[in-house]
Design a protein around this ligand. Structure first.
Ligand code: ATP
Ligand code: FE2
Length: 338
């Protein structure tokens, strides 16, 4: 069995094909890079529309799968930018019609979680989902992935992207901040913003921008920003681990590719005897393979939809979606005492 997945929530147009063991048979992506400023949804959607024919031709020419092997077509239904989502959904509908296969809607955030979970072999981990638009601490309970804490403003990846542009870089900024930060030696004083299980980055962005204008080097600033932002993430993640007595942590989303973040999470987890896993970088960032794998789980549970009723849902949240492929968590009280 193989499932084909289409990803277009934001910058990335991607097609992935996975088999029933989540082995990636084929993967090709093309990333829209704005020439100035942030992402323009219409321009990104146009980029994706132009990219898909070439991506599909490339994959078919590589011969790593045959259309006849594909059992279903999965697509990112949300959350994301409306025009970008609609472009991907159109490609998916066309393939489903042309190849006469079921169409499977997938929540993008849950796809980041599921690819990390299957690659880790972990059963019930807590997840730090740190991407461009999202930053959440997530755990499964009673049929859904529940958000235990999240950013109150921008995602950590968007925060790094915005700061990198101020420091003279281009999109994607996260890898640049990581590179500059490796040369940093001195800690710049920056605000630390944790509110219960939630976090916020806009004050940190304002303070980091002001520190740069006041003369901090981009190397020291990148180092300090990473240390501050990732400490905030580690604090809320550790609280989640402690309260739920978790023994497994997975990292997902593009920022999970960051080496400093990975090592800080490992340092938090080791004394607790907690195992940590992060997917390889190409499966941390947006990719069609994670959509295909989550589509495979959904299709086994009969979650395919009719083409006539296949809307995109730009505001769909992680905790809006039922996850019937995971067995329910045991009740907290045993039947005898309930
Ligand atoms: P979402 O998943 O919320 O829809 P997205 O589609 O922008 O957001 P991903 O592709 O999962 O997210 O991640 C992209 C983000 O990851 C960008 O903000 C990018 O700067 C960041 N990123 C990628 N590599 C690194 C790295 N090595 N260090 C820090 N950040 C990184
Ligand atoms: Fe993403």
């Amino acid at each position: 069995m193989a499932i084909l997945g289409i990803e277009t929530t934001a910058h990335t147009a991607s097609i992935g094909v996975v088999d029933e063991h989540a082995r990636v048979l084929a993967l090709a992506s093309d990333v829209y890079r704005p020439t100035a400023g942030g992402i323009h949804p219409r321009e990104a959607a146009n980029h994706h529309a132009e990219a898909f024919p070439a991506l599909l031709e490339k994959l078919l020419a590589e011969g790593k799968f045959q259309p006849s092997e594909i059992e279903g077509i999965a697509f990112s239904q949300g959350p994301g930018l409306g025009p970008c989502l609609r472009t991907g959904a159109t490609v998916a509908r066309v393939l489903a019609l042309a190849w006469n296969r079921p169409l499977i809607p997938v929540n993008h955030c849950i796809a980041h979680i599921e690819i990390a979970r299957v690659l880790s072999g972990m059963d019930d981990p807590i997840l730090l989902y740190a991407s461009g638009g999202n930053t959440q601490i997530v755990s499964f309970s009673h049929g859904r992935y529940r958000v235990l804490g999240e950013t109150l403003d921008i995602g950590v990846g968007n925060f790094l992207d915005k700061l990198a542009i101020t420091l003279g870089g281009t999109f994607p900024g996260g890898p640049l901040i990581e590179k500059w930060g490796e040369q940093g030696k001195e800690l710049v004083d920056l605000p630390y913003s944790v509110h219960g299980m939630d976090i916020s980055f806009s004050g940190l962005l304002t303070a980091a921008t002001a520190a740069y204008r006041a003369g901090a080097t981009r190397e020291n600033l990148s180092y300090s920003v990473e240390l501050t932002a990732f400490s905030m993430l580690c604090e809320v993640l550790e609280r989640g681990v402690a309260h739920l007595s978790k023994k497994e942590v997975v990292l997902g989303g593009g920022v999970a590719a960051n080496r400093m973040l990975r090592s800080m999470v490992e340092k938090m987890a080791a004394p607790r005897g907690v195992r940590v896993f992060a997917p390889p970088p190409q499966l941390c960032v947006d990719n069609g393979a994670m959509i295909a794998w989550t589509g495979a789980l959904a299709l086994r549970n009969g979650l395919d939809i009719r083409i006539e009723e296949s809307p995109v849902l730009p505001r769909q949240r992680t905790d809006h979606v039922d996850v019937p492929w995971r067995s329910p968590v045991a009740p907290t009280r045993s039947p005898a005492t309930a």
